[in-house]
Design a binder for this molecule. Structure first.
Ligand code: FAD
Ligand code: NAD
Length: 477
């Protein structure tokens, strides 16, 4: 290894949406910044094997499903012929284009990007482990004033699923789209299981979901999940709730899953299995124990409101620093950490972190949920606007949606927003803004929303809260 060593004000470890956002903002604030990423291409899980490739495939799933549904509107398309290798190439091109953009931006921001695995030697030094093929002029260590850990997370793979068979996949393998298996088992009815199940079902797989708890998307309000469950009952082969996979066995004709609990058969054979039972933070294996940073019981690096660890020179953001494991939460935390290092009095004080499940229909929520309100014993008023009363929803033939507002009794302050329906993910940002700006229902109701759009359902839900919705009749009390 050459002797070139780096001395920098900020080093960021990991170039996902937490890491690259932190590095770019640190550079924007005038700090000399190095970004170290174990992978050659920047973007992390979100861009390379998470948010972006999954949403490219979900876009295709939507197109396939809408083409099928068009029959009811008098338009008949042939059944689609799916060229898996072209689809894979298109998805990969989207990913590569975005990755290239991030690399170019790093250059423009003057951020030095290194493809190496970083390891803490102590609270001021990182050692770098380079891939075999890297060039001669490679630094072996970095001395830093501040470090931001943004190492992300990895798929959880409990021992029962660890069979040596490529047909048993995690989300990364499922996104590679090697083929369209005739029979797909999805273990886990959470974000990944339902999004990827939706993709494979649209491409032609018969999808079975096995979920450990009593409902899909545990934690999410049931009234938001219900329209999705109804649709999945038609597009998936089966959804087995309160069911456990006791074992997997590889065979010539498929992978046999042994199931217990719920109403599922004792065993079923599948062509592929996707295990999507959660993710674990990447907080070990890179020398954090050589610093004063503390890793908690669940594996997350412990941070304060400024995203500072117990080691005052080291910060942590993104999936490694706690839930929710979402890209936009990572990027927000990244900005906070960079600003604090630059001497600004920033804190992570967001009250509404939106969540979107990109299924069909989509589910989105932010702020307080009914489930949380109940658990905390908080009294809230819930105003629901059914999309069956929305002109726009009917022109899209998607009347099953619903928009709801959780409002504080007395003040009418908007505390939470939930939406289920086509395009819910695009609507929720208005809810985030309303909550962050401490809007009351009247603010939302009195803001003119364009007609005919689904955004009007937020305005009308606010009108329901005030008792004077135009399109929903409510008996006067
Ligand atoms: P990551 O994106 O995980 O990036 C971490 C980076 O650190 C990686 O590049 C890794 O190689 C690098 N690294 C790790 N250790 C080291 C080391 N020692 N030295 C150098 N580099 C290192 N979230 C959403 O908000 N919306 C979505 O639609 C969405 N869809 C998803 C779909 C799937 C299939 C998956 C798996 C996740 C999805 N997520 C989504 C979650 C999202 O991907 C994560 O929340 C996000 O990537 C977290 O960003 P991060 O910067 O913390 O870490
Ligand atoms: P998840 O936590 O969303 O869902 C995991 C599901 O698996 C849960 O419903 C859980 O009850 C179930 N489960 C756990 N163990 C099981 C077992 N042994 N058998 C059957 N079911 C079991 O996790 P995920 O779907 O793996 O996704 C991981 C994380 O990635 C998400 O929590 C989210 O933070 C992020 N993500 C976000 C998006 C998005 O924003 N649209 C998309 C994908 C992933």
């Amino acid at each position: 290894m050459s002797g070139r060593n780096i001395d920098t004000e900020v080093v960021v470890i990991g170039a996902g949406p937490g890491g690259y956002a932190a590095a770019f903002h640190a550079a924007q604030l005038g700090l000399r910044t190095v970004l170290v990423n174990a992978e050659e291409r920047p973007g992390g899980v979100c861009l390379r094997r998470g948010c972006i490739p999954s949403k490219a495939l979900l876009h295709v799933a939507k197109l396939v499903n809408e083409a099928r549904e068009a029959r009811a509107w008098g338009i008949q398309f042939q059944e689609p012929k799916i060229d898996v290798s072209s689809l894979r190439a298109w998805k990969d091109a989207v990913v590569d284009r975005l990755s290239g953009g991030i690399a170019e931006l790093a250059g423009r921001h003057g951020v030095e990007y290194l493809t190496a695995r970083a390891r803490f030697r102590d609270s001021g030094t990182l050692d770098l482990e380079w891939p075999e093929a890297s060039g001669a002029d490679r630094p072996s260590s970095i001395a830093f004033a501040h470090a931001i850990v943004a190492t992300g997370s990895s798929p959880a793979m409990p021992a029962v699923f660890r069979v040596d068979d490529p047909r048993v996949m995690d989300s990364t393998a499922a996104l590679e789209l090697q083929d369209v298996p005739p029979r797909l088992l999805v273990v886990g009815g959470g974000y990944i299981g339902l999004e990827m199940g939706t993709v494979y079902a649209a491409l032609g797989s018969r999808v079975t979901v096995v979920e450990l708890t009593g409902g899909l998307l545990p934690g999410c309000d049931r009234d938001l999940v219900r329209p999705l469950e109804k649709r999945l009952a038609k597009t998936f082969d089966a959804v087995w709730l309160e069911t456990k996979v006791d074992g997997l066995e590889s065979g010539k004709d498929g992978v046999t899953a042994f199931l217990s609990g719920g109403k599922a058969p004792a065993s079923m054979v599948f062509d592929r299995v996707l295990v999507a039972v959660g993710r674990v933070p990447n907080s070990t294996g890179f020398g954090l124990e050589n610093t004063r940073a503390v890793v908690g019981d669940r594996g997350f690096v412990e941070v304060d409101a400024q995203r500072r660890t117990a080691d005052e020179r080291i910060f942590a953001v993104g999936d490694v620093a706690g839930e929710p494991m979402l890209a936009h939460k990572a990027s927000r935390e990244a900005k906070i950490a960079a600003e604090v290092i630059a001497g600004q009095p920033s804190e992570f004080d967001s009250v509404a972190i939106p969540a979107v499940v990109f299924t069909d229909p989509e589910i989105a929520w932010c702020g307080l949920t009914e489930t949380q309100a109940k658990a905390q014993g908080l009294e809230v008023e819930v105003a629901r606007f059914p999309w069956a009363a929305s002109g726009r929803a009917l022109t899209l033939d998607r009347p099953e949606g619903m928009t709801k507002l959780l409002v504080e009794p007395g003040t009418e302050r908007v505390l939470g927003v939930g939406v289920v329906g086509s395009g819910a993910g695009e609507l929720i940002a208005e809810g985030v803004l309303a909550i962050e700006m401490a809007a009351v229902a009247r603010d939302v109701a009195d803001s003119i929303h364009p007609h005919p759009t689904l955004s009007e359902t937020l305005m009308e839900a606010a009108e329901v809260a005030l008792g004077h919705s135009t399109h929903v009749f409510r008996q006067k009390r």
